[in-house]
Design a protein around this ligand. Structure first.
Ligand code: 6PG
Length: 246
């Protein structure tokens, strides 16, 4: 597969349409093969999608026994903390839909420190993948969900961070977050996130319009540096859409 650097941008009416189209895309990525791997994201933008997945008609379209759920980044807090991305995903849909416990793969935020948690998660991903090197012809994930922060960050890859150029590790610890909430993070790196059949950015709301237009016009912000071995899709609602795309 060729590494995708140019995104396909789809503008939809509003946050509800965004959640529905994202749900449709997710279902189409998990309904074939022996197992599927989804890399979730934190933040508010995927929450509508998450809620839909636990409700009909979507819930019964997900082959829950065969789908594995990972997290692209998390805040270094316990899952019970409201800041936890995995905690939020569990509450929004994984628990409500009774996703099998063994198919949920949280980052170990109870580890001694973020670097240790990163090493543990990288080992876990490598075991799941069955190899220590990523082969572009055999992506790690079927779908990677991504969000866009108001400073242009994605996952926990913040502007000016040395993690942006990490090429060896699949997962790294981030001692200092670039924006709120200022808690340490653990994040997948660009090479690991790129190992997917589809990378899907979800962006909604008028407060994202300025940063989105900077990213889509090619400014060297972290979200612009995201690559995919498969499709690279930005799903945005009309409120967030820069004038040229709206
Ligand atoms: C995190 C997220 C982060 C998020 C963006 C957008 O842990 O904070 O994974 O990358 O996707 O900050 O967040 P919103 O959707 O809330 O704007």
């Amino acid at each position: 597969m060729e590494l995708k650097t140019h995104p396909e941008v789809t503008v939809v009416a509003d946050a509800a349409a965004l959640a529905e189209i994202a749900a449709r895309r997710l279902i189409s990525r998990v309904t074939h093969g022996n197992r599927a791997a989804i890399c979730l994201t934190g933040g508010s933008s995927p929450q509508g999608l998450y809620r839909l997945l636990a409700e009909e008609p979507w819930r019964s379209k997900v082959p829950w026994d065969r789908v594995h759920w990972f997290m692209g980044d998390d805040r270094f807090v316990p899952e019970s903390d409201p800041l936890s991305n995995m905690g939020a995903a569990r509450r929004a849909f994984l628990d409500r839909a009774d996703a099998p416990h063994q198919n949920i793969h949280p980052i170990a935020t109870g580890a001694a420190d973020p670097d240790k948690a990163a090493r543990l998660y990288e080992d876990q991903l490598k075991r799941f993948y069955g190899a220590g090197r990523l082969d572009p012809a055999r992506p790690l994930f079927d779908l990677v969900l991504m969000g866009l922060g108001s400073d242009g960050h994605t996952a926990s890859l913040f502007p000016h961070s040395s993690a942006l150029s990490e090429q060896q590790h699949w997962v790294v610890g981030i001692a200092k977050a670039g924006m709120e909430p200022y808690v340490p993070r653990v994040t997948l790196t660009f090479p690991a996130l790129a190992s997917t059949r589809e990378m899907l950015f979800l962006v909604d709301g008028a407060d994202k319009r300025t940063i989105l237009s900077r990213v889509l016009s090619g400014e060297e912000l972290p979200a612009h540096r995201a690559r995919s071995d498969g499709e690279l899709v930005w799903l945005i609602d009309r409120a967030a859409a820069p004038e040229k795309t709206a």
